[in-house]
Design a protein. Sequence first.
Length: 90
Amino acid sequence: MSSSEVEESGDLVDRAKADRAAKRNWFSRIFLFIQQVIAELKKVVTPTRKELINYTLVVIAFVVIMMALVWALDQVFGFITVFIFGTPLS
């Protein structure tokens, strides 16, 4: 089977599932949704303590860098504004 045939058969399966889901009543669609959510939650892998600390440090470093960038841009634009329009009122 070629890759295009596999893709086409996959598309047919997806369309068939969508057709079956469209024919279901409201309560069975909610039940199906909850089943799919639970199935996806079972795939979640909890990070180890070391990974969690590493991820936390990366996020904190990124936030600090972004804060410094925003502060620097604020200072530059403030300086440009004062240069163009004169001294601040206060």
